[in-house]
Design a protein. Sequence first.
Length: 315
Amino acid sequence: MFKKIFIIIICFFILPLNTFADEFIDNLTRILYEKHYVPMEFSQKILYSLNIDNKTIEKITAPKEALNWGRYKNIFITDERLKRAVDFLKEHFLLLDQVESELKVDKTVIVAIIAIESNFGLYRPVHYVGDALFTLAKEYPPRSPFFTRELISYVLLRYLDKTYDDNSIKGSYAGAIGLPQFMPSSILNYAVDYDNDCRIDLLNNWGDVFASIANYLNKNGWQYKEEVAEQVKKEHYMIVENVSPNNLDINLLVQNGYNIPKSKKIDTKKFYLNDNEYELWLTYKNFDVIKSYNKSDNYALTAYLIKKFIEDKKE
């Protein structure tokens, strides 16, 4: 009798925690069923298979985007990456040119984003996408609502597109997927089956990747062939520094050689190289569009500089 009780107690303690009823999972399962018609058994099978990945919390609390501009650009703007960007454009020029023509998004910004997000496929993600989203939704209160929505989108994506119905797919610590590092909701809302093969493959298919990035930027207001940003020359700091964007003298900026876009949406931003030194930049509408992809100013400026480097090499 005592032996049987002892065995039961031991089994109780060694069973994984996620084998027990979980209110969080039950709520998500109900939402997926009631709002998206995902069978409850399908959702439960996925959600109960996910595990906590504490490394994701470590990384999200100290992202590279929080570095100052001096350190950040040294990570992402290297001679090797710039050369690879130029070579990549040459290799995929026809396909990129076709996507640009159809979606009216400059091919150079598409290449720049791929350079940052996956280093042209050389980056090897280490976090299981489902585990990352599950962890941040349950264990990271500051952004739990956002990651809960993404976890719901992740399950829905797996239900709708078997390309992603696999627990072994890896992505970023924040749950971004594939060569363009799309969040699950972005795949559902913006991704494109460019070659019409009835699947959206952002893991291997460059056509789908290019078109999906272009569609994302287009839908968020990309202004074709317009400027993204311009660095202010030090002799012109007095024109823009400590002046609100609404009070900038646009005519004076144009007279001094700045290419103000047609939208005339202008902001000024300081990018610190260290504690004391900084660069002053004019940023335009397209800068904000890139920030819809990643909200970091450092990210947007890096994408612009890679884009500009490629364009300068073409001339």
